[in-house]
Design a protein around this ligand. Structure first.
Ligand code: URA
Length: 255
């Protein structure tokens, strides 16, 4: 078809398009898009509300964790459920899930805070400097992870730079911890430090809480200073020793 434009008009139009940024031809010839009647989108009729695409559902991480935890009928299944839990960002920065160590079914279950560097590397709780002190403390009252103690943490993944766990992280991992205790069936729980007290008892203030028995999830619960704190504050070891004797006495009384 012969062009109806004269040379100068066509050139002016081209320059105008270049000025607008249209510097590249997409197809070889012109395309009359108004001629593509069949492909025109259906215009909404007056008064008709166009359909709203469904919003992506917001997932409640606590509800997901509770569902997964409740479904786990034994410790290996609980571990697998935690491995599959994708709602916590800590998982993506950690090398390993740190689930537990020691004897499942032991009378004493120790709950720490979260894995540090060594624990993250090895996939076992309390294997760094604080863990070595913990082992010595337990040995002093004839307990050990090889014989009669089970150990876990509030968080199974290491927080970056060992920062404190966030309340939202504790909340979404708590259903797993509660189920962990239910499946391990200890006689008593020992809470190491403020984060464990916050998670299990809902309160902080370890200096006030330590050495006094509380109750959680139908179990007697003894808060103690965290071994990492004892490494920094040697003077507090005297109180930790008193708490260990208290634990030993309670185990004797439960016998
Ligand atoms: N501190 C903890 O609370 N847990 C560990 O596993 C190691 C250090």
């Amino acid at each position: 078809m012969e062009s109806e434009l004269d040379y100068w008009s066509a050139r002016a139009l081209l320059e105008w398009q270049v000025e607008l940024g249209a510097t590249e031809a997409m197809i070889d010839g012109p395309l009359d898009r108004y001629g593509l009647v069949d492909q025109k989108p259906q215009a909404a009729r007056v008064g008709e509300v166009p359909p709203v695409p469904p919003k992506p559902q917001k997932v409640d991480p606590v509800a997901v964790a509770r569902q997964l935890a409740t479904a786990a009928q034994a410790l290996p299944a609980l571990r697998a459920a935690m491995e599959g839990f994708d709602q916590c960002d800590l998982k993506h920065g950690a090398r390993n899930l740190v689930f537990s160590d020691g004897q499942a079914g032991a009378r004493v279950m120790i709950i720490g805070e979260a894995p540090g560097r060594e624990e993250d590397l090895q996939g076992r709780p309390f294997v760094g400097a604080a863990g070595q002190l913990l082992d010595k403390m337990l040995a002093a009252i004839d307990l050990s992870r090889e014989k009669n103690v089970y150990i876990t943490n509030v968080l199974p993944w290491r927080p970056p730079q060992n920062r404190d766990p966030l309340p939202v992280e504790i909340a979404m991992l708590l259903p797993f911890l509660e189920r962990h205790v239910a499946l391990a069936q200890p006689d008593v729980l020992v809470l190491m430090g403020n984060i464990a007290c916050q998670a299990v008892l809902g309160k902080r203030g370890i200096t006030r809480l330590r050495g006094t028995w509380g109750q959680a999830w139908d179990k007697p619960v003894l808060p103690m200073f965290h071994p990492a704190y004892l490494l920094r504050q040697g003077a507090a070891k005297r109180q930790a020793w008193a708490d260990l004797l208290e634990l030993k006495a309670r185990l004797g009384a439960l016998n």
